[in-house]
Design a protein around this ligand. Structure first.
Ligand code: 5RP
Length: 337
């Protein structure tokens, strides 16, 4: 494996714990303005600092993500069909490798539709994409798409994941299922799990926990984060499982604590906004002192994490990383894939 490819891959799957938290916001490529993702810019901004990488299309990257970000971009390069069209599986490669490089993609993503009418086309496209991307040191994430007529059990997903790996995909994104371990064991490259449709927050945390226990490197989650009423609290709770080795109870507790903090902060800022402006300044100029303290998040006691500081959602009281746990994630042997 070339240095560049290894380097990009290690920005997505963190080498210190072999874990990954990817935020998926690519849904519009076939669903249009998906519920609660109508304005991707607004959705992405508060979540960006809590994910390891962002999965998106080039249109959303260009319009809705600040180019100053350090977060790696996993660029979806396939598409062509819509949710109201004849066949969702009829996808082709829609982005050139040159454009992907211009967008500084850390990985390319595309779907394969094993067992569908367009199985051949999508699988061959994956092989070609891997050849092209590898010549520039860019890894490829294959998404094993599921549909009404496609299965979602371990037998089907093992087939689809293994086929993706055989074509050279460097990461495979698939769904959690019963006997998920079998899917992982028969796939020679790391597996990341999609969140799927919105379910109650605790269930989504359970899914995250189960996926990692079953051998996934992490989650590539979308709707269960940004369709939550509390997306920031949710991604931080998911992060506590992926990177803090929290169990489901601990992560859910973190989620609820963060909601409480959110509502306290809201109340405080509402109070502050209601305060009359007692500025003695004759000209009625804005009170700079007040203005500064409101706009400077560092002066706020509820400090948000800065862009580059990833939050430590470790349930450990002192909020110190639990080294023992980090060394042995969930008592599972580190995935050497
Ligand atoms: C669609 C995708 C999505 O990114 C994927 O489904 C993850 O999002 P969610 O957690 O909402 O399922 O690749 O093909």
């Amino acid at each position: 494996m070339d240095w560049g490819l290894k380097n990009r891959l290690s920005s997505i799957i963190k080498p210190h714990n072999n874990r990954a938290l990817m935020l998926a916001v690519d849904h519009g490529y076939f669903l249009g303005p998906t519920e609660k993702l109508e304005n991707p810019k607004k959705v992405i901004a508060p979540l960006l600092k809590y994910c390891d990488s962002l999965m998106l299309t080039r249109g959303v990257q260009r319009t809705s993500v600040a180019p100053e970000t350090n977060t790696p971009m996993v660029l979806r390069v396939s598409g062509g069909s819509s949710i109201i069209g004849d066949d969702l599986s009829q996808e082709d490669i829609t982005v050139s490798i040159q454009d992907a490089i211009r967008l500084n993609a850390s990985a390319l993503a595309m779907s394969i539709f094993v067992g569908s009418k367009y199985e051949y086309q999508t699988v061959v496209n994956l092989g070609k994409l891997v050849s092209e991307a590898e010549s520039y040191g860019i890894p490829v994430l294959a998404v094993t798409a599921v549909g009404k007529e496609l299965g979602k059990d371990a037998r089907y997903l093992s087939l689809a994941c293994r086929m993706a790996a055989e074509q050279g995909a460097h990461i495979v994104k698939t769904y959690y299922c019963e006997n998920f371990e079998k899917v992982v064991q028969s796939c020679p490259v790391p597996i990341i799990v999609a969140g799927g449709k919105k379910i109650p927050e605790r269930d989504a945390l359970q899914l995250t926990y189960n996926a990692i226990k079953g051998g996934a490197v992490g989650v590539d989650m979308g709707r269960n984060i940004w369709q939550s009423d509390h997306p920031v609290a949710m991604i931080r709770a998911v992060r506590a499982i992926v990177h803090g080795n929290a169990n489901v109870d601990q992560a859910f507790k973190i989620y609820k604590q963060l909601i409480n903090e959110e509502s306290k902060n809201k109340k405080n800022s509402n109070k502050q906004n209601k305060k009359p402006n007692n500025n003695p300044n004759k000209n009625n100029k804005p009170n700079n002192k007040q203005k500064k303290s409101n706009s400077n998040p560092k002066k706020n006691n509820n400090k948000p994490n800065t862009q580059n500081k990833k939050p430590n959602n470790n349930p450990n009281k002192n909020n110190k990383p639990n080294n023992k746990q980090n060394k042995k994630p969930n008592n599972q042997k580190p995935n050497s894939k």
